[in-house]
Ligand binder design. Structure first.
Ligand SMILES: C[S@@+](CC[C@H](N)C(=O)[O-])C[C@H]1O[C@@H](n2cnc3c(N)ncnc32)[C@H](O)[C@@H]1O
Length: 313
């Protein structure tokens, strides 16, 4: 069974995978790419696609969200124990009347927040497995699968009121675990991936979006801002990897031209790279009520060669 992302994640790329196909480097087909990097991992939609479609030896996955990475580690190393706990969460949620589910959600959220001070992220232990189960439970039952922390680092997303959420998808989570055996997974800022990159690497950067309108606020993933200064630093890093490593690089972001066709923010910081545009259906204001088709940009440090890829697919 094909493994799919096991979390809903803001900015998830599942809906864009068909359009992304055109922009992957053609070296993926002839096994010239041996390592895949995703340093803004989130839900990992592109990781799941690349590793199951192409013959890549190893994936290097990282994110600064500690609890997200802890959950990947648990799935990688102790999936059966996690499944047992999630099974109990699913049973409990299903057996609870809709009006009482809010209290159940609040209790798990409070526990998740209280226990954050006691977790040692260095060593796998039973506490991790319980915490990974809590994160998956909260992700499936909170509003829109958001992961948002308050200023004290507490998870504060409200209840999602879903009638039949799938808290445990047993077959998928086992497939994910299998696929993660080929992954090196770390809690790390994106620039720490540099040391392992070589000229047989493909790196996909999916940073928090540059907000597409004044009311949009997609940047609050972990309490850390990813504003214009961070976007510029990332562009400098992209250039550094391009020059020093000879790796294939791809980066996606929101397109400021949706709001203002004359906004050349990304063109000014990614000079001499290839720009492409794909169409996404996204929430376009902060409360997520207004949705619409908007462009997103894809930037590559290699030429777009659709015909070579067409032969493969
Ligand atoms: C757009 S999301 C990734 C979406 C993901 N690729 C998917 O398909 O679901 C951005 C991720 O970057 C992470 N992040 C934010 N700042 C970071 C940094 N400086 N270094 C590494 N990861 C960071 C966030 O925790 C978040 O998970």
């Amino acid at each position: 069974m094909k493994a799919r992302p096991f979390l809903k994640w803001v900015g998830g790329k599942s809906q864009l995978l068909n359009q992304f196909e055109d922009y992957y480097p053609r070296e993926l087909q002839n096994r010239k790419i041996q390592k895949y990097f995703e340093p803004f991992l989130g839900g990992g939609a592109v990781f799941f696609e690349i590793m199951q479609r192409f013959d890549v030896k190893m994936a290097y996955l990282s994110d600064i969200n500690k609890d997200l990475i802890l959950t990947y580690w648990v799935i990688q190393q102790n999936v059966e124990h996690l499944i047992d706990i999630l099974y109990n969460y699913q049973k409990k949620y299903d057996a609870t009347k809709q009006e009482d589910r809010y209290a159940l959600f609040l209790a798990v959220r409070a526990q998740f927040n209280e226990e954050r001070f006691e977790i040692n992220y260095d060593y796998l232990c039973d506490d991790w497995i319980e915490r990974a189960a809590q994160l998956i439970f909260l992700n499936k039952t909170c509003f829109n699968g958001l992961f948002r922390l308050n200023s004290k680092g507490g998870f504060n997303v409200p209840f999602g009121k879903y009638l039949n959420p799938t808290i445990l998808d047993e077959a998928n989570i086992r497939s994910v675990s299998k696929l993660l055996q080929k992954a090196d997974i770390r809690i790390a800022p994106y620039d720490e991936c540099l040391q392992n990159i070589d000229n047989q690497s493909f790196v996909y950067f999916d940073p928090p979006y540059k907000p597409i309108s004044k009311t949009a606020s997609f940047t609050a993933y972990t309490g850390n801002e990813f504003g214009d200064a961070e976007q510029i630093k990332l562009a400098q890093f992209f250039n550094q990897v391009h020059i020093e490593k000879g790796a294939k690089l791809m980066l996606s972001n929101s397109d400021p031209k949706n709001e203002n066709p004359n906004d050349n923010f990304f063109e000014n910081i990614f000079i001499n790279h290839q720009f492409h545009r794909v169409s996404a259906n996204r929430a376009i204001n902060s409360n997520g009520e207004k949705r619409g088709a908007i462009n997103e940009i894809v930037i590559t440090n290699y030429q777009y060669e659709p015909q070579a890829l067409a032969l493969h697919f």
